[in-house]
Design a protein around this ligand. Structure first.
Ligand code: COA
Length: 174
């Protein structure tokens, strides 16, 4: 994971504050915190790996509850820069939505995407999420405050979208 982040710093640092000042110790802490977050149900972090190359880290995707009583969750992701543009971001996000609705029982799943992150916007659009609006100054990346756009999908919207994604080959039927 550390090597994949190091190889992707310019793209990651544009949008994700944790990528600034990234060192091996940050990777160690992430893996340690991930394990305890998973056990406590605070967040579910997944390593993205290709079946034919299981030791090669491609990126991460996470899903976590933002409101337990309302069954709302959020998804975040990154893909190593030398493997972007191959559909992996869209595929793993679709899979995370499937996990969110089918396994975690969420009612609503949200993506928050920095204004200007067009590739990530395209993932939200492609997966049929609804644009909700702009959240001002949601994250500070270096010296800059970034606005986020919020996109969401509801549990009763998922079966129809899921069927389309299976038909398009984005999601595998399980
Ligand atoms: C955003 C990100 C996850 C996209 O991952 P990806 O594996 O390239 O995703 P996909 O291949 O499914 O492509 C998503 C869209 O971006 C476009 N895209 C991806 N890489 C591109 C590139 N190098 N040049 C132009 N367009 C590109 C794709 O064409 C696709 O759009 P389309 O469906 O209209 O064709 C990846 O670029 C990334 O990790 N960026 C930095 C971290 C980040 O922004 N995380 C998301 C925070 S909300």
């Amino acid at each position: 994971m550390h090597d994949a982040v190091r190889a992707s710093l310019p793209e990651l640092q544009a949008w994700l504050p944790w990528a600034l000042g990234y060192e091996r110790s940050v990777a160690h802490r992430f893996v340690r915190d991930s394990a305890s977050a998973w056990n406590d149900g605070r967040a579910f972090d997944f390593a993205i790996r290709l079946p034919e190359e299981p030791d090669f880290h491609v990126g991460n995707i996470s899903i976590w509850p933002t409101s337990v009583p309302n069954r709302i969750g959020e998804v975040g992701y990154w893909i190593r820069s030398d493997l972007t543009g191959e559909g992996l971001g869209t595929e793993v996000t679709a899979r995370a939505l499937e996990i969110g609705f089918a396994e975690l029982g969420y009612h609503k799943i949200v993506l928050r995407i920095a204004v200007g992150n067009e590739r990530s916007d395209r993932i939200a659009k492609r997966l049929g999420l609804t644009y909700e609006g702009v959240l001002r100054d949601e994250v500070k990346v270096g010296a800059a405050w970034l606005d986020h756009t919020a996109w969401s999908i509801l549990e009763d919207e998922w079966p129809g979208i899921r069927a389309q994604l299976i038909e398009q080959g984005v999601l595998r039927s399980r």
